[in-house]
Each structure stands twice: as structure tokens, then as C-alpha cells.
Ligand binder design. Structure first.
Ligand code: FES
Length: 193
């Protein structure tokens, strides 16, 4: 049986995520969202460019054509005004390319072709939900390894299993003229816990 207990690294991330997110989310309504200005602390907005959050392409723009079925990509939104990445605790996303025909009607409006994007912050306790499972019910689905929540990327990140109380927030995306992925709207749904 798979051990779903959080690793030390995940627990540290969780602590940072929940503490920082609680404070920053609480003031969102008083900052950029209220004034109409955009800050790096805001969640992703329409027009934000998505760049790789980690891996060998870290910092480079994510192109739709480079995504592969079965391989999740972790990305962060970049504020086009400041050219700076936004807060990963609120704007980190997991990008998933689905096999042809696997996107359901619920996800199609937010997808760039077969690619969908969701908040990488688990709705249970805020751990990273940025991997695809390889076994059982998790196979091909987004999983949070802290406590085993499973989300269906083809059906608007609906919860398939585990303790998560609701789906991951969806980030509507599109590919621009050069094939780079950009947000076409703000997140739909609450980010994280
Ligand atoms: S934080 Fe518990 S399942 Fe994700």
C-alpha cells in the first residue's frame, strides 16, 4: 500500500503555504483586486504568461506543443506589467495534456486544445498537487501526495478520491500566436484551502 504521509519537505511547504496564503489572501480584496492595479502578489490574471516553475526549463515560457500526455508540468504566472513571477502560493499551476477525447465539457472552455491548467495548491491542507498518478485510481490524474487526494484533470479537477473537500481552482488558458501558454482569465474557484 502506498505511504501517503507527508514528507518533511511537504510539511515545510505546507506550513509556508498555509501561513503565507492565509495572510495574503485575506488582504486580496483590499489590494489589486480592489484598486484595479496588478501586483506580483495577486493570483494569475488574464494575459499572464506561464513559465516553468522547475526542471531544466525553469523560467522559460511554457509552449503548448512541448507538453506530453502523462507528464505534468508545474508552472507559474508572470505579471506582464512587471515581468515578475507572481506568488507561487497563489499562482502555481499544474499543466496537463490529456489524450485526445479525454477532455469533458466541463473543462473544454478553459483548455488550450488538450491542455488544462489548475491551481497546484491542494484544497485539503495546501500541499502541492502537481503530479500525475501512475497507479490505480490515481493513474493519469492529478494527485496530492500528502494525504492522497486525486483530481480528474479532464473533468474540471473534480475530486475522485482522498480528503480534499472540493476541486482545484481552474485557470483558463490559451496559446498565443507563438504557441506560448497564457492565462485568458483569472482562476475560477477558490485557491487552496
Ligand atoms: S493536503 Fe491533504 S490531500 Fe492534499
Amino acid at each position: 500500500m502506498t505511504d501517503t504521509r507527508p514528507t518533511r519537505r511537504q510539511v515545510l511547504k505546507l506550513g509556508a503555504a498555509t501561513g503565507a496564503a492565509a495572510g495574503t489572501l485575506a488582504v486580496l480584496g483590499q489590494t489589486g483586486a480592489q484598486t484595479g492595479t496588478s501586483t506580483a502578489a495577486d493570483p494569475a490574471r488574464a494575459g499572464d504568461l506561464l513559465i516553468h516553475q522547475d526542471g531544466p526549463n525553469k523560467g522559460k515560457a511554457v509552449k503548448a506543443a512541448e507538453l506530453k500526455v502523462g507528464v505534468a508540468v508545474w508552472a507559474i504566472a508572470v505579471d506582464p506589467a512587471t515581468k515578475k513571477p507572481r506568488d507561487p502560493l497563489k499562482s502555481g499551476v499544474v499543466l496537463v495534456k490529456l489524450a485526445s477525447g479525454k477532455i469533458k465539457a466541463s473543462s473544454k472552455p478553459n483548455a488550450a486544445g488538450d491542455v488544462v491548467a489548475y491551481s497546484a495548491i491542494c484544497t485539503h491542507q495546501g500541499c502541492p498537487a502537481k503530479e500525475l498518478g501512475s497507479l490505480g485510481q490515481g493513474k493519469g490524474n492529478i494527485i496530492c501526495t500528502c494525504h492522497g487526494s486525486i483530481f480528474d484533470p479532464g473533468d474540471n479537477a473534480t475530486v475522485l478520491g482522498g480528503p480534499a473537500p472540493r476541486r482545484l481552482a481552474a485557470l483558463p488558458i490559451k496559446a498565443d500566436a507563438s504557441g506560448q501558454l497564457v492565462a485568458k482569465a483569472a482562476f475560477i474557484g477558490k485557491i487552496g484551502t
